[in-house]
Design a binder for this molecule. Structure first.
Ligand code: PHE
Length: 340
């Protein structure tokens, strides 16, 4: 019989040749079991060790170990190469080529402004809530003290649905009523959302736009609280130097009412083309909640007072970013959107 060492050498040569020729991962695995498996050929030699002379055993043991290492390495190498071959066969293209990068998007500029505004008010204890876009006359008008003959209730100024049973809300002030019906004072909410008006679309009008409504009700709320909250808001959103001013105005659901201006963001009040040389930009309507609104939701107007405000999001985003056409927000042109 051939000496063990020679037999192991031959076995190694033969195994290496077969590994080289293996064409499939399955065949290779078969070979691995055949040679290196627990009952494989190499294991058989280890079992025969007892039959060779004591003095030859260390050398034989070392040879068997070396062959084991060599074959293990050869199997691994071949496996890697078979795997990558079979991958590229499966895909029939070069899988090592770099991929096509997908551009990563970001929040729409209007969503960004909504989040910024909400964050400022959340910082002083307001809670963000939402209301439905399809409403009834009660929430859009009646409970807000808007009389039946008010021009805004005309079909030219409101989208009516189903013969007038429902309408698309024309202001987020609807959410004031919805909240007060459900909750008792004290409460402080901001309500962002879409509103709809049948306006002809141009650079500054759209049949759909966004507002954020604010409402705070408690005992002893005064106009000074309204001023304080809005002054803080303007400074947080537009910068520390920003000033606000109130101009007397009329809204059916607030009394007294005001339009609120901020000092022009571009010229800081000196007067430029954006503010029409006035130095001020109108950004919202506001006022003290009308007693009739409290009555409509069952609050006692002698006990509670409150303030409300409503601002247009598109207008604020346009002022912040110097955008001159409202239609740009809704066209979904990535070349516009990616700038913000
Ligand atoms: N709802 C008013 C509008 O759409 C804005 C407003 C809200 C005014 C709350 C006063 C108080 O013009």
């Amino acid at each position: 019989m051939q000496p063990l060492i020679e037999q192991v050498g031959q076995l190694c040569q033969e195994a290496l040749r077969q590994i080289q020729e293996a064409a499939e991962p399955v065949a290779l695995e078969g070979l691995r079991v055949q040679y290196l498996g627990r009952k494989g050929k190499l294991a058989e030699f280890t079992a025969q060790m007892g039959q060779i002379p004591q003095s030859d055993r260390p050398a034989a043991g070392e040879i068997i170990n070396r062959v084991k290492q060599t074959l293990t390495a050869a199997f691994q190498e071949k496996q890697t190469s078979l795997n990558s071959q079979s991958l590229s066969r499966r895909f029939s293209f070069d899988i090592t080529l770099p991929g096509v990068p997908r551009p990563i998007g970001h929040l729409h500029p209007l969503t960004q402004v909504i989040e910024q505004v909400c964050e400022v008010f959340e910082g002083i204890g307001f809670v963000v809530v939402e209301g439905p876009e399809i409403e009834t006359e009660r929430y859009n008008f009646e409970a807000l003290n808007i009389p039946a003959d008010h021009p805004s209730r005309d079909s030219f100024d409101t989208f009516y649905l189903e013969g007038g049973k429902y309408l698309l809300r024309s202001q987020t002030s609807t959410v004031q009523i919805r909240i007060m019906e459900k909750a008792k004072p004290p409460l402080a909410i901001v309500a962002p959302g879409k509103v709809f008006r049948p306006d002809a679309v141009d650079a500054s009008h759209s049949f759909m736009f966004h507002q954020i409504e604010g409402l705070l009700v408690d005992q002893g709320v005064t106009f000074a609280h309204l001023k304080g909250a809005l002054d803080l808001f303007a400074k947080r959103l537009f910068g520390k130097e920003t000033k606000i001013r109130f101009r007397p105005h009329y809204f059916p659901f607030t009394e007294p009412s005001a339009e609120v201006d901020v000092s022009c963001l571009l010229c800081q009040g000196k007067g430029c083309s954006v503010c029409g040389r006035k130095g001020w930009l109108e950004i919202m309507g506001a006022g003290m909640v009308h007693p009739n609104v409290f009555r409509a939701v069952g609050y006692d107007p002698k006990k509670y007072t409150g303030f409300a405000f409503g601002m247009g999001i598109e207008r604020i985003a346009m002022l912040k970013h110097g955008i001159d056409d409202i239609r740009l927000f809704f066209e979904n042109d990535v070349r516009f959107l990616e700038q913000f």
